[in-house]
Design a protein around this ligand. Sequence first.
Ligand code: FES
Ligand code: FES
Length: 154
Amino acid sequence: MILLKVNGTEHLVDCPDHKTLLEVLREDLGLTGTKQGCDQGECGSCTVLIGGRPFRSCMMLAAEVQHQEITTIEGLAKDGTLNYVQQAFVERQGIQCGFCSAGMILTAAAFLEENPEPTEQEVVRAISGNICRCTGYSKIVESIMCASKKKEGN
Ligand code: FES
Ligand code: FES
């Protein structure tokens, strides 16, 4: 049994020691917003926040992150209202098929906490570990720049 704290809720999960955090999130907790892409730490689609920082959930065992604060895309909206990064992605059409979006948005949210007024180059660098096969990235960068303006306005 392991204890995971995900999106503010504690879960006791009966799973084998070798199960990754990604597998537990999707298969045991039903949090399928976290996407399984390469499963090799390359694409970033499985990104979640642990203690507010982005990590690839396919590259860590669930047992390793017991008792830590884990945030998935399902935990970003509050009381039915999208968070400001999610809103910006919708407004600026930073989403096409959506496969990369959870990882991209969580990466951006963590980045903007540390750097609320980034340049475009800094945004490009921040998302360089997240692969998108659809958008050509310009709409994603635009969305994150838009989110940074929203954050300033808060
Ligand atoms: Fe984890 Fe690609 S699925 S990095
Ligand atoms: Fe399809 Fe990024 S929107 S992979």
